[in-house]
Design a protein. Structure first.
Lengths: 212, 212
DNA sequence: CAAGCCATCTGAACGCTGTCAAGATGAACT
DNA sequence: AGTTCATCTTGACAGCGTTCAGATGGCTTG
């Protein structure tokens, strides 16, 4: 029963003696999170799902958190793709492009709630990583940054201003993404004719606190 | 050692036979969260801290989550006070009042990170409560709502618009509060001359995605 | 004052978790 | 062929949330 099918793919780099367990563990973890939620993600369950003993994962990840981080990185990658796709589809108006990036962010978070939660749950308490570590998962960040420049949110050359604007946008999208899951907003969603419209209105309006 | 001092306060309502255990548990939980973080908050530790057996809490809370919810409610109360204080101190300009509410929100979150985390961690997956349940903890919400009207963010009488603006502001503050904990922003903080300035700049700028 | 009720608390148990140390296994290199 | 070494297993430990049967003792009723 535990003996699985994919014993001989033989083309990938397989530095182990039972197959590519590391990848299998990540995949198993992702499946569990999606199927049963973050709370049900235990190392033992992952090992079970992958058909190995409870201690096996410790030869590929030093920690439960390290496994979660690996899953989270995949999530950030997907999120980046979603944002890229949205901005590509949004036409040429810089403002519209910006809005659609935000909508894409929130939509990703809302359609992958468990993964999204995990993405931040495991990276929040992290010490600052060497910058290289953050690169892949920050594709989306660069995208937003470019939009900020295009839309003229900060004077050209005002590096700090651009950075602040980008971070602010990321904060805003994250806030909407997290809050949007609260059940209290259901009535508003139907009143606005659907979730997506609700998100879009919210994102356009997150000009809040700006004071003018 | 476990025998504590406060055996005879005798003035409060003490409907139990060993003192006001319910309140003691909440207080113990809060202390543990503040001292050791959310991750270290276990029901058994709370019971230990309160000097009772591990099963005792179950006569006052049906769940670990129910205890956490009680602690969280205290947090929302404190947050409301902080926001109220900030708006009172902010003078009469509506825009400035709004900004200072936002700053107060983020400052509360950043100076009570563990409690803030708990506040949302335990209420996120909640079904919609009867509205009365949310009242106390939503004092702050009403505050923001009023500011939105004062600042003319939505046409007077446009109930949906006001609601959206308020929610958007809450989202923005929450986003900033959560993101601000990431270690990557340290350099920016010093460059702006301190955390508080960083938060203020961010909050003023969370107009992102508005498209104009 | 005595009897009994019942909320409150305890003790022990169950199955689950993360993690570790020691040993078995087998692919790859000498 | 023999050795090495990463990989995987077995078994164990402490701690967790939760439940249940029973002890405790303040309150109400007679």
């Amino acid at each position: 029963m535990a003996k699985d099918v994919k014993t001989k793919t033989a083309c990938e780099p397989r530095p182990y003696h039972h197959g590519d367990l590391r990848r299998a563990l990540i995949e198993a973890a992702r499946e569990i999170v999606v199927r049963d939620g973050v709370q049900s993600l235990s190392l033992r369950a992952v090992a079970r799902e992958a058909g190995v003993s409870p201690a096996a994962p410790y030869h590929h990840f030093k920690d439960k958190q390290e496994l979660m981080l690996a899953v989270g990185r995949l999530g950030f990658e997907d999120l980046g793709f979603a944002m890229k796709a949205a901005v590509d589809k949004a036409g040429s108006d810089p403002g519209a492009r910006l809005t659609e990036i935000g909508v894409a962010y929130v939509l990703y978070a809302r359609s992958n709630p468990a993964i999204y939660r995990l993405m931040y749950d495991c990276s929040r308490d992290l010490e600052a990583l060497p910058h290289q570590e953050h690169e892949k998962e920050m594709d989306g960040y660069e995208l937003v940054r470019q939009c900020m420049i295009d839309v003229g949110r900060a004077a050209a050359g005002d590096e700090i201003g651009i950075e602040l604007a980008t971070i602010a946008a990321w904060c805003a999208a994250h806030g909407v993404a997290e809050m949007a899951s609260f059940a209290q907003f259901e009535p508003l969603k139907v009143e606005l004719g659907g979730e997506v419209n609700f998100y879009r209105e919210l994102i356009k309006r997150v000009g809040a606190f700006s004071g003018r």
